[in-house]
Design a protein around this ligand. Structure first.
Ligand SMILES: [Zn+2]
Length: 86
């Protein structure tokens, strides 16, 4: 049976870890908006990785493929260093 796990990526800030407001991964503004960047299925779990991105950055990223590619690369590096999928 699969377990569903949500993993959230955001910049460190003075917001509490348990809260729903965090720092935008791109510009550090406080936001509640999420962007799913990865779905990973392992032998016993489904991981949804979502990154906090404010609406302003979401619009900029959706309009500029090069900017999105750089942003996604940064997210991938963060995931590689900080998230272990079991
Ligand atoms: Zn932002």
């Amino acid at each position: 049976m699969f377990t569903r796990k949500n993993v959230y990526i955001y910049r460190s800030s003075n917001m509490p870890d348990e809260g729903w407001l965090h720092s935008c991964f791109h510009c550090y503004a406080i936001t509640s908006h999420l962007l799913r960047i990865k779905k990973k299925i392992t032998f016993n779990a489904i991981y949804n990785v979502e990154v906090y991105v404010c609406l302003h950055c979401r619009k900029k990223l959706s309009e500029n493929d090069d900017l999105y590619a750089t942003f996604y690369k940064r997210c991938k590096m963060y995931m590689k260093r900080n998230i272990q999928f079991y």
